[in-house]
Design a protein. Structure first.
Ligand SMILES: [Zn+2]
Length: 224
């Protein structure tokens, strides 16, 4: 039998999904420049409206097939909410927000920000934060994400505040922020960061990713 020497073609994996336009805010990403008042902090009331963004239309954009058995799911009212359920195995898809955690690090009245290396909002600045893994608590997540992004160890100094991140194109995030102090390591950009810098109020860059992060910065300087 003749041996087939042809190389087996392995199909290329699709490139990572990118977002040119945020599906919720309809804002074209990385080109956002928000109006700022005399204080150097956003005067727009857009931030305050963040919590009112309507995500109910996102229900039908969720999974089509049952995550447990693969049958096509149908919409039904369960617990006063329109949900996708599986007609075969009765799996109910509860479309819950995803928790995320991060840190607010202060130095000489300045706030530490990270320039994003990846989408969404590549090239924009934000606070160090990330989604919680299934097996970790929000505090562990905040410490781990800081280590990954800033290459430093931190101790958490208490809760800063909690936010609803409805303009994240990936999911609706619940962002838990902690005050933190650097206790070790060398501050340098890690996995997801392109650059790290402390910013004074009048030097905050205009392109801040996510409405919640703008709110955090606004509160940081408002509370000093
Ligand atoms: Zn099923």
């Amino acid at each position: 039998m003749k041996k087939d020497n042809k190389l087996i073609k392995i199909p290329r994996s699709k490139p990572r999904r990118t977002w040119t336009r945020n599906p919720v805010t309809k804002i074209k990403e990385s080109e956002k420049v928000y109006k700022r008042g005399k204080s150097g902090i956003w005067s727009t009331d857009e931030i305050d409206k963040a919590d009112e963004l309507d995500l109910t239309k996102g229900v039908e954009k969720t999974y089509r097939y049952c995550l447990r058995c693969g049958t096509e799911m149908v919409e039904k009212r369960v617990d006063h909410h329109r949900r996708k359920i599986c007609p075969l195995c009765k799996y109910v898809f509860y479309h819950n927000p995803v928790p995320a955690a991060g840190v607010v690090i202060k130095q000489d009245g300045k706030i530490l920000l990270v320039k994003r290396k990846y989408e969404p909002y590549k090239g924009d600045w934000c606070l160090p934060a990330g989604f919680t893994e299934y097996d970790e608590s929000p505090t562990h997540c905040a410490i781990r994400e800081t280590k990954e992004e800033l290459n430093v160890d931190v101790k958490l100094d208490g809760l800063y505040s909690v936010y609803s991140g409805k303009d994240d194109p990936r999911t609706h995030a619940i962002l838990i922020m902690y005050w933190a102090t650097i206790i070790g390591g060398e501050l340098k950009p890690g996995d997801d960061a392109e650059e790290i810098r402390f910013f004074a109020q009048d030097k905050i860059p205009p392109n801040i990713a996510f409405l919640a992060h703008r709110q955090i910065i606004k509160e940081f300087f408002g509370n000093q």
